[in-house]
Ligand binder design. Structure first.
Ligand code: T3D
Length: 264
């Protein structure tokens, strides 16, 4: 199905979603957010999809809320409280990425700002172009980090760095982002999509159900005591052990051959 502000390409088990409003550095308009929610929901439920790549067209990955949508009420001096907009949009979008039962790679092609950083943080891997830059931006318009950044940023870079990034909101380059663990890897811009796709293909050949369970177990363990985490592991292990891929993995080991995982 055609979308207004993103494209979706499927190559075997890998789906690549590209945000396509380069003139606004892929600001997350209401339309783009709704379309992302729709395509991510489809990808989550489609067993043929075993890895997702999210990237942007042009020189922006995404710069967060589309501020042009706010113009009219702000010029009237009547800014609406953002909570309704957040709950209808980002608060549905971010859990879809975090809880996606398959790996998601952010291929960060350019500037990521505001909720655009939050979206990248909600992905499992962040590969950045060497030309990418990052700014939390919220404070510069008198707002607090949203779209999950208050939760995901400290967990990714540590509280001290997260506070610095959130409060000072300096624009940092890709090597600095890698140095603090904000991104996993930095590659030359021209190689970004190739690297991200190669990683996605590799991930798509792994036991997909186990990857989904790893994501779920880590997320739940982060909110649990050690005793609870041990119980959650045991529960998840029962689910993983019931998959065809577990059977295949053990048989392949015993038969000294390469395992062929199907994601089931
Ligand atoms: O109430 C609520 O909505 C709550 C929700 C909050 C969620 C959030 O995400 S809040 C944070 C929103 N984002 C920002 O505040 C970032 C604003 N943008 C910037 O600060 C700068 O654009 C950047 C530092 C990201 C990049 O700077 P630069 O110099 O590389 O690019 P530029 O020239 O500023 O931007 C290029 C174009 O994109 C420009 O349009 P023009 O003048 O060429 O027609 C600019 O207006 C547009 N653009 C950039 N950011 C946004 C945007 N258009 C709409 N919304 C944006 N967020």
């Amino acid at each position: 199905m055609a979308h207004e502000e993103l494209t979706v390409e499927t190559d075997q088990a890998v789906v690549t979603i590209r945000l396509t409003n380069p003139a606004r550095l892929n600001a997350l308009s209401t339309t783009m957010t709704a379309e992302l929610i729709e395509v991510l929901t489809e990808a989550a439920g489609d067993p043929a999809v075993r890895a997702v790549v999210l990237t942007g067209e042009g020189r922006g990955f995404s710069v967060g809320a589309d501020l042009s949508e706010l113009e009219e009420p702000y010029r009237r001096g009547e800014p609406p409280p953002p909570s309704g907009f957040l709950k209808a949009g980002y608060n549905r979008l971010i859990p879809l990425l975090v809880e996606m039962p398959k790996p998601v790679i952010a291929a960060i092609n350019g500037v990521a700002a505001g909720a655009g950083i939050s979206v990248a943080l909600a992905c499992d891997y962040r590969i950045a172009s060497d030309t990418a830059t990052f700014t939390t931006a919220f404070v510069k318009i008198g707002l607090v980090p949203d779209a999950g950044s208050s939760y995901l940023l400290p967990r990714t870079v540590g509280t001290a760095r997260a506070l610095e990034l959130a409060i000072l909101s300096d624009r940092i380059d890709a090597p600095s982002a890698q140095a603090i663990g904000l991104v996993n890897r930095v590659v030359p811009g021209r190689a970004l999509l190739e690297e991200a796709t190669e990683l996605a293909r590799r991930l798509a050949e792994l036991p997909t159900a186990a990857i989904g369970l790893i994501k779920r177990t880590f997320a739940r363990a982060a909110r649990s005591s050690l005793t609870e985490a041990l119980d959650l592991e045991a529960e998840a292990q029962d689910e993983a052990a019931a998959t065809h891929d577990h059977l295949e993995g053990v048989l392949a080991f015993l038969e000294k051959r390469q395992a062929k995982f199907t994601g089931r």
